[in-house]
Design a protein around this ligand. Structure first.
Ligand code: NAD
Ligand code: LMR
Length: 329
């Protein structure tokens, strides 16, 4: 870092919550953007969460992070997003036991229109937005729709946690390190309808489909990954926080720094690839090239995968129609 490297403005919403607490210290330490890049943090909360966010800010200060060039805490979205380069939209209500993420559609969807407008009003030209708050795909769609001056490619939603879960479950089943696994894809919605696809996956170059049986794939692997969020809520008593923060770091880190040849999964605006209607925010296999997500083209989709992708995409269409009917889009 040269003395003159300008800090990157990173805004985290819901900064007083569980994910915020797991995320902010990692950003301050350089794990989001690299150990050469200074950051200025803006913590956005609603009034009931402000004290918790202020407490987190005090602890950030006490970390004496060399890369941390300032912390502001606010409940004013316009101030929080003024000049923002990286926006992590975490603030939203989590689901509890027995709920689906789509049960949060109306309550949480209403958060993302005004935040989209505030991003539109003040963000830097290179802004990158990651929506974590659920239902993340449709919330990203809402935010993007309220930011007409910003390319829809700049609004993404997080399925990296699902991707990481799929890689970890495969590695565990096959008794190999996670690093040996390549080519997993999460398709569709960050919900129980998502499709964790191992058709193209390899372990040290060998096709995974040669190593796992179909029963394990359909009865264990796919439901385990798709319902892992509910399992965490059941066992932990509240929704995933540290693993979600870690996945958010992975998503932004790869978006900014590039993925190389290996692909990952992210929910980005569809260009119509793989039969996903243009404009929906859906999870795809993606590489980050020159600072932009690119959908990996030309993967063969078999009949089993087609059916699963179509089912998850149908849910995204239904969510889009529901928020449209609520006047949120
Ligand atoms: P939490 O309840 O601990 O924290 C949420 C915080 O958001 C609270 O402090 C609340 O005051 C704040 N908030 C609410 N509305 C706000 C607004 N309009 N502006 C700014 N802040 C606001 O919840 P959490 O565990 O941190 O989870 C946050 C969200 O992330 C939930 O919706 C959860 O379901 C979701 N989540 C998504 C993934 C994913 O993979 N996409 C993973 C885990 C959790
Ligand atoms: C998760 O996948 O852990 C989060 O989306 C939280 C949830 O509600 O499942």
């Amino acid at each position: 870092m040269s003395a003159s490297t300008p800090p990157v403005n990173v805004t985290v919403t819901g900064a007083g919550g569980q994910i915020g607490y797991a995320l902010l210290f990692r950003i301050a330490s350089g794990q989001l953007l690299g150990r050469e890049t200074p950051v200025r943090l803006r913590l956005l909360e609603i009034p009931p969460g402000l004290r918790a966010a202020e407490g987190t800010a005090l602890e950030l200060e006490d970390g004496a992070y060399p890369l941390l060039h300032g912390i502001d805490v606010t409940d004013d979205a316009r101030a929080a997003f003024d000049g923002v380069n990286i926006a992590l939209l975490v603030g939203a209500r989590p689901r509890g036991p027995g709920m689906e993420r789509s049960d949060l559609l109306e309550a949480n969807g209403a958060i993302f229109g005004p935040q989209g407008e505030a991003i539109n009003a003040g963000a830097a030209d290179d802004v990158r937005v990651l929506v974590v708050g659920n239902p993340a795909n449709t919330n990203a769609l809402i935010a993007s729709a309220h930011a007409p001056d910003i390319s829809a490619e700049r609004f993404t939603a997080m399925t990296r946690l699902d991707h990481n879960r799929a890689v970890a479950q495969l590695a565990r089943h096959l008794h190999v390190p996670v690093r040996a696994i390549d080519g997993v894809v999460i398709w569709g919605n960050h919900s129980a309808s998502q499709y964790p696809d191992i058709t193209h996956a390899t372990v040290d170059g060998r096709p995974v489909t040669d190593l796992v049986d179909e029963r394990w794939l359909t009865d264990e692997f796919i439901p385990r990954v798709a319902k892992r969020g509910a399992e965490i809520i059941d066992v932990r008593g509240s929704s995933s926080a540290a693993s979600a923060a870690s996945a958010a770091i992975d998503h932004i880190h790869d978006w900014v720094n590039g993925t190389g040849e290996r692909w990952t999964s992210a929910a980005i605006v569809s260009d119509g690839s793989y039969g996903v209607p243009e404009g929906l925010v859906s999870s795809f296999p993606v590489r980050s090239v020159d600072g932009a997500w690119r959908i990996v083209p030309g993967l063969a989709i078999d009949a089993f995968s087609r059916e699963r992708i179509d089912a998850s995409v149908a849910e995204l269409v239904a969510e889009r129609d529901a928020v449209r009917a609520l006047g949120l889009l």
